[in-house]
Design a protein around this ligand. Sequence first.
Ligand SMILES: Nc1ncnc2c1ncn2[C@@H]1O[C@H](COP(=O)(O)OP(=O)(O)OP(=O)(O)O)[C@@H](O)[C@H]1O
Length: 233
Amino acid sequence: MLEVEHLAVSYGPTRILEDVSFAVPEGQVVSLLGGNGSGKTTVLNALCGMVRPDGGSARIAGEDCTGRRPDEILRRGVAQVPQGREVFATMTVAENLEMGAYARRDRDGVRRDTERVLALFPRLREKARRRAGTLSGGEQQMLAVARAMMSGPRLLLMDEPSVGLAPAVLGDMVATIRALRAEGMTILLVEQNVGVAAAVADTAHVLRGGRIVHSGPAARLLGDEEVLRSYLG
Ligand SMILES: Nc1ncnc2c1ncn2[C@@H]1O[C@H](COP(=O)(O)OP(=O)(O)OP(=O)(O)O)[C@@H](O)[C@H]1O
């Protein structure tokens, strides 16, 4: 579904990403792990058209989408769940979901997806008329995921969905990602939380200083002392 090859990105004179290559096969969850400033968000920004790469390529469903504008990437079925949730706090849950579908003209499809998303997130159905700003942190994170799903994506980019969540609701986020995968969604999951990535991802890539320094099955991460100590603290 997504093939990234030799991606390079600079901010001004500073090279941030260097020769980053990985793939996200259809129906799988692939995690990009790394500490603060390792370049994870920059990968997502390059993929969704917010930053222009100065080398390499990104193919989405076989089509070269390198350097395309954000609206073109969205139209090709890529949706991002931004870091820090960023739900529209003064709008209701239902209005937030409508905003996620703003670019769509297929009203029947939107109705179907609204039902599908509310079936996945029953708590959002219960709170559909509440203002998003009054939801708990975990619920706002779910709303951010649900809103991204309303664009009808075939690839979901998630930027550190576990950040700021209480340990008690981390399990809900893990369950959410598993449910999306069970529905066949393809996900690129950017994380700092190794436990979350190990619990949900098929494959993990570790970024450090803008390069991929380790790749392997995500389930083996927690047992890999060397990788944990060297790259993930
Ligand atoms: N707009 C920008 N201009 C210049 N440098 C930037 C810009 N955005 C990010 N950087 C730098 O690029 C590097 C990678 O940042 P990036 O946000 O991709 O890392 P990250 O792994 O997502 O970190 P975090 O977990 O803190 O979000 C950092 O050194 C950061 O300071």
